[in-house]
Design a binder for this molecule. Structure first.
Ligand SMILES: [Zn+2]
Length: 145
């Protein structure tokens, strides 16, 4: 995992990153056009967010005449994966299965999604263990009582 992927993206910054990921590259004007109505943000707010993402190294800048073009330095897929794994790092290993079940219960899924998930579960079944070891420090979960 690169240092950039260790950087946390705030909820507001995600909005900006999604625009740049979709466009592949964008000037601040284009980012502002997409977000000003959705988020009801002022252009200066969006420019501040862009500046922060540049500082964090998540957006690269290139001058194009009198404007700057921004490109993402991390992929959307890797960033989403990182956030998902971060969630797991906050809970006991024993609770991951139940947490995934909760996420699935909340999600709206297509037949294609279910096919993919079934395939993943069939593979997981082959490597399943009888008991999952707790990875927590005493006092942070009920397993070690
Ligand atoms: Zn535990």
């Amino acid at each position: 995992m690169t240092a950039k992927l260790k950087t946390t993206i705030t909820d507001a910054e995600w909005e900006v990153m999604r625009v740049v990921w979709t466009a592949k590259f964008a000037a601040s004007k284009e980012i502002i056009n997409v977000l000003k109505d959705k988020m009801n943000w002022k252009p200066t707010t969006i420019k501040t967010l862009i500046g922060r993402l540049v500082e964090k190294g998540l957006l690269a800048t290139e001058a194009d005449g009198n404007k700057f073009i921004y490109t993402p330095t991390v992929s959307e897929e890797d960033s989403v994966k990182k956030v998902t794994l971060d969630v797991f790092s906050h809970i006991c290993n024993k609770k991951i299965g139940k947490t995934l079940a909760n996420i699935l219960t909340e999600a709206t899924l297509s037949h294609e999604d279910i096919k993919l998930l079934t395939q993943v579960l069939e593979e997981k079944k082959k490597q399943a263990v009888n008991e999952i070891a707790c990875n927590c420090v005493k006092g942070q979960c009920d397993c070690c009582k």
